[in-house]
Ligand binder design. Structure first.
Ligand SMILES: Cc1ncc(COP(=O)(O)O)c(C=O)c1O
Length: 466
């Protein structure tokens, strides 16, 4: 009978698969022996595999290039990275090696831009697309960059934002702006219209009465992003067509409009059985944009994207030890991890985000249905279902501390640190784990670097005023 953990994985998925293989009962991730990393650094551990970021950016660029060639698209494609997905310096540095551009969402993001520029990692040719609700410091940072010749396009999130630029940018300085369309939310959502952006039906009039009279302000970009992301659903296609309608309408009065920004929302792989049709979806997006615009006698726009999760999620891995096994009744077995889901994978707790979960060692053990428990006192600090099934299975292990079971959650590189307040105060004061950055050197060998140690008691107490 085949009841080893390895049998289970091989019977459930196509396995081994790109990035994942097992050698002598231990898991290798992109050819990196994870057990060696654990031996060197211990757990809990956050790992960032940098080459994946460049790989993702180039994958998207190629898909758009192919889609544009197939549809004979007469426009350009610009890849922007949405910094809020992960602000770490090593992430931004990797992104910028790939002729990528940046999307910002707050005043402090502008400080990151300035820093990257001073280190020559970004130039004034990089597009800076500034989204978000903007208070004075953010507006001030944006106008400073405008005055210093950066290629910055603030996207108006509301009408009054324009007043700031009119008031604070000299009429002799030409500036470019965009407008975010407030999309309709999914039918099942609790409200109809997104609070982000300006309503469809107001945009043309707003342009004619407020923007057009400003000779130095050019409306170059329309921004359209829906929360649920780019999906092959009737809702997505109907929202895209609404946005294209606004684009074509605006173009009749605003000839300088030339770009459509379709935001982020390209999904990342959350299961070994993940089957999102990237090429098909991107081809369909590009084809629909071209067809709709040309059908209205409008030239197709240059396309911008701001992929956050797609860029960084698949570079991140969370590694834990199973530090205790608790059989609470005949059917419920708990494996306790050496940190917390709430504080290290907040999306798993808050929005039921699922990730690829695999054992790192003991692949030749029998498998067992378990619940994973985090170390905080919160009963919701658990993880017990996968994207494809409402259960999880891991190799059998007992309470022995001599040869513990190690597990990893993959593709955790987006949003988790910013949502959990990396290095800040944590639920039950469970510290941020150490963070290791993995790269590949010129010989094709992997290198590791400790980016940060486990958060210390001293640093937490300092924040708390002790
Ligand atoms: C304006 C905008 N662009 C891009 C993104 C990135 O989305 P994702 O991480 O799904 O690619 C977001 C996410 O909230 C966003 O609000």
């Amino acid at each position: 009978m085949k009841n080893k953990y390895q049998d289970l994985i091989e019977q459930t998925f196509f396995f081994p698969q790109e990035g994942y293989e097992v050698i002598e009962n231990e898991l290798y991730f992109n050819k990196i022996p994870l057990m060696d990393i654990i031996k060197q650094y211990g757990t809990p551990l956050k790992l960032t595999y940098l080459p994946k970021i460049s790989e993702q950016i180039n994958k998207a660029k190629t898909m758009f290039k192919v889609a544009m060639a197939k549809t004979n698209y007469d426009g350009t494609y610009t890849y922007c990275y949405c910094t809020k997905s992960s602000h770490f310096s090593f992430i931004l540095e990797e992104v910028l090696k790939n002729d990528a551009h940046i999307e910002t969402s707050s005043a402090y993001d502008i400080e990151i831009i300035k820093q990257l520029y001073s280190e020559k990692k970004l130039t004034k040719n990089n597009y800076i697309i500034s989204n978000g609700f903007k208070r004075e410091p953010y507006l001030e940072g944006i106008t400073q960059l405008m005055k210093n010749g950066f290629n910055i396009i603030p996207i108006l999130d509301n009408k009054s934002e324009l007043d700031y630029y009119i008031k604070n940018v000299k009429s002799t300085l030409d500036i470019n702006i965009g407008i975010r369309i407030a999309s309709e939310e999914e039918p099942s959502f609790q409200f109809y219209t997104s609070r982000l952006g300006i309503r469809h039906k107001d945009i043309k009039e707003f342009y004619k009465t407020k923007i057009k009279p400003q000779k130095n302000i050019k409306l170059k970009m329309l921004h359209f992003f829906i929360n649920t992301g780019i999906r092959d659903t009737a809702y997505y296609w109907s929202e895209l067509l609404k946005a294209l309608n606004v684009y074509c309408e605006l173009k009749t009065v605003c000839p300088e409009l030339e770009a459509l920004n379709i935001g982020g929302g390209l999904p990342f792989k959350n299961s070994l059985g993940f089957e999102f049709q990237y090429e098909y979806t991107i081809e369909e997006v590009v084809a629909q944009i071209k067809e709709y615009c040309n059908g209205r006698g409008v030239k197709e726009p240059n396309i911008f994207t701001e992929f956050g999760s797609f860029t960084v999620a698949e570079s991140g891995v969370n590694i834990y030890s199973i530090i205790d096994v608790k059989e609470q009744n005949d059917t419920e077995m708990w494996y306790m991890i050496d940190n917390s889901f709430i504080t290290t994978l907040p999306d798993a707790w808050a929005i039921n985000q699922r990730y690829i979960l695999l054992a790192i060692n003991h692949w030749n053990n029998d498998f067992k249905r378990v619940n994973l428990g985090g170390m905080t006192c919160d009963s919701l600090d658990y993880y017990n279902s996968e994207a494809h099934i409402s259960q999880i299975f891991l190799p059998k292990t007992d309470n022995t501390s001599t040869d513990p079971l190690y597990i990893a959650f993959f593709n955790t590189g987006a949003y988790q640190e910013s949502l959990s307040g990396y290095g800040g105060i944590k639920h039950c004061l469970i510290p941020s784990p150490k963070h290791v950055v993995v790269d590949i050197d010129e010989n094709g060998d992997y290198t590791t670097k400790l980016f940060s140690k486990e958060q210390s008691a001293k640093s937490m107490l300092k924040i708390l005023g002790y």
